[in-house]
Design a protein around this ligand. Structure first.
Ligand SMILES: *[C@@H]1O[C@H](CO)[C@@H](O)[C@H](O)[C@H]1NC(C)=O
Ligand SMILES: *[C@@H]1O[C@H](CO)[C@@H](O)[C@H](O)[C@H]1NC(C)=O
Ligand SMILES: *[C@@H]1O[C@H](CO)[C@@H](O)[C@H](O)[C@H]1NC(C)=O
Ligand SMILES: *[C@@H]1O[C@H](CO)[C@@H](O)[C@H](O)[C@H]1NC(C)=O
Ligand SMILES: *[C@@H]1O[C@H](CO)[C@@H](O)[C@H](O)[C@H]1NC(C)=O
Ligand SMILES: *[C@@H]1O[C@H](CO)[C@@H](O)[C@H](O)[C@H]1NC(C)=O
Ligand SMILES: *[C@H]1O[C@H](CO)[C@@H](O)[C@H](O)[C@H]1NC(C)=O
Length: 457
């Protein structure tokens, strides 16, 4: 295994001091904070008034030359990839930086999210997690891929260029083969004193984490396998909600499995990993979690996402259905955002979690279900431990899952009175909080939800 996995937090600093000197010269040019344009605000900016939570959000443009990478040998399932840098190309992109205004609130942690571009425009998931801001962490959205900037090659593209040509017209990413080095260069800015002075108001993070969900999770995973061993730039990586559908591929555009320190929470993912046999055992430097009942895109997640998409006037990819799974993995990711730095700083690893039970019938993954209809094992949120429905992560090949509500009789059977139900949710939420799988705000949300639910009728 590569050094950062074994010694991160302490030993990498020795590498960093050598690397940093060289890399200072290669820091991209920083422009900003950016203002103006037709819309007068950045695309995918924080939903709500960020100064009310004591934060500042600023956008910067970065200009530089980014390398491509070429593989040497196979991109194997063991994640031990050998890559070498090749030619460089000019790029200009943007980053969106959220930081606490009051420096004494800063947690010392910077999370760098690789923005998801699957919808043909840029979407953040992690950035909607409230715990980041309650904890005083820095959150940086990184536009690393061409589609986010230029849009898809379709009649009505929705990239940054189209959204606000005045503001974003000068941005360019030639192709995604340079995306990994763009990501590295952003991390180097966040780690260098000059960069910190320019984009972080002088905050100096001691832990920098790579995060990304879904297609971006694949990229963060590829980064972990192939690029991090060359750059040593991150202290930890956290690719999450990542269906392992793809075989290893050239150009590392659709990457795969590895042996990194990562969280990958979602029941849908459990079915895929059973299917493709890509689960990895936990190690001293690696945790793998699956969230029972959660689907890739679930109701609470999509409701939150729609607020931003509607504000920004882009076309949502699908219509919300309350029949999708109601179980959200994001609160677990938010909790993991705390556990990862604590792991590095205090050598206190997050608890291992049981896997969701299942097996393969031919090529079809079957998850074992208890009498209540829900899966056995996994990270268990109050929705699962005090259930009012069956929650299914994967329905056919759908990414939304399903919620199959229990009958009134069944609810009456399980919970004699509403007070009984609420009391059990309160207990389950406090227990989940105690286990570190949700944060305190989520306890309040769970209890509120239960109180408002007509259970039993
Ligand atoms: C955002 O909140 C700050 C602080 O509460 C306030 O001064 C400012 O006017 C608000 N901005 C908008 C656009 O509402
Ligand atoms: C900054 O945060 C610290 C610690 O939370 C607090 O004591 C201090 O009053 C804050 N300063 C301002 C100007 O809000
Ligand atoms: C941020 O999270 C860390 C790790 O859980 C904790 O020690 C610290 O007290 C938190 N800070 C705030 C302001 O919530
Ligand atoms: C990416 O774009 C650069 C600049 O246009 C070009 O030189 C390079 O060949 C492209 N790489 C691939 C793999 O298309
Ligand atoms: C939700 O499921 C119910 C029962 O299966 C069905 O009648 C209804 O049309 C579904 N609603 C949506 C929005 O899909
Ligand atoms: C496995 O699949 C076959 C048909 O493909 C089906 O008949 C059988 O019931 C399945 N077994 C289980 C345990 O699901
Ligand atoms: C991100 O990308 C994946 C596909 O790679 C897509 O299924 C998913 O819905 C996207 N996530 C969001 C929230 O946009």
């Amino acid at each position: 295994m590569k050094p950062f996995l074994l010694f991160f937090g302490i030993i990498p600093l020795a590498f960093a001091s050598i690397n940093d000197r060289k890399d200072e010269c290669r820091l991209p040019k920083v422009e900003g904070p950016i203002s103006g344009g037709q819309k007068g605000y950045p695309f995918a900016s924080f939903y709500g008034n960020i100064s009310e939570i004591g934060y500042i959000e600023e956008e910067f443009f970065l200009t530089g030359n980014a390398k491509e990478y070429e593989q040497i040998g196979d991109l194997g399932l063991d994640g031990k990839w050998d890559l070498k840098p090749t030619k460089s190309s000019y790029y200009k992109t943007r980053i969106l930086v959220r930081r606490p205004k009051n420096h004494s609130r800063f947690s010392g942690v910077a999370l760098l999210e690789w923005i998801n571009v699957s919808f043909g425009y840029e979407v953040t998931f992690g950035g909607d997690a409230p715990g980041i801001y309650q904890n005083g962490s820095v959150y940086v959205l990184v536009s690393a891929q061409r589609v986010g900037v230029s849009g898809l090659d379709i009649p009505n593209p929705q990239g940054l260029h189209q959204w606000d040509p005045d503001r974003y017209g000068s941005l360019t990413i030639p192709n995604d083969t340079v995306s990994y080095d763009i990501y590295t260069q952003v991390a180097r800015i966040i780690k260098s004193p000059q960069g910190q002075a320019k984009v972080l108001g002088g905050l100096s993070p001691d832990i920098v984490v790579a995060v990304g969900g879904s297609q971006s999770g694949s990229r963060v995973l590829a980064y972990t396998n192939g690029i991090q061993p060359l750059t040593n730039v991150f202290d930890a990586t956290m690719p999450y909600y990542l269906p392992d559908k793809q075989p290893p591929s050239l150009l590392i555009t659709h990457p795969l499995q590895s042996k990194p320190r990562r969280f990958r929470p979602c029941e849908l993912e459990a079915s895929y990993t059973i299917l493709f046999g890509t689960r990895q055992p936990d190690t001293a430097y690696f945790r793998y979690w699956e969230v029972a009942g959660a689907s890739h895109v679930n109701v609470p997640l999509y409701e939150t996402l729609l607020l931003t998409l509607n504000r920004d006037g882009v076309v949502p990819p699908e219509q919300l259905s309350l029949n999708w799974s109601q179980v959200n993995w994001l609160p677990v990711v938010d909790a993991a955002f705390r556990l990862l730095p604590a792991w590095i700083k205090h050598h206190s690893p997050p608890s291992p979690m049981p896997l969701i039970e299942g097996f393969l019938n031919g090529t079809i993954p079957i998850l074992n279900r208890a009498a209540d209809g829900n899966v056995i094992g996994g990270v268990r949120l109050p929705e699962i431990t005090v259930p009012i429905a069956q929650y299914v992560g994967l329905v056919g090949i759908g990414l939304n899952g399903a919620t199959n509500a229990y009958s009134e009789e069944k609810l009456k059977d399980l919970y004699h009175t509403h007070e009984d139900y609420v009391k059990r949710v309160v207990g389950a939420s406090i227990k989940a909080y105690g286990k570190g799988i949700i944060l305190d705000y989520q306890v309040a949300i769970e209890v509120q939800r239960a109180t408002a639910a007509h259970v039993p009728h």
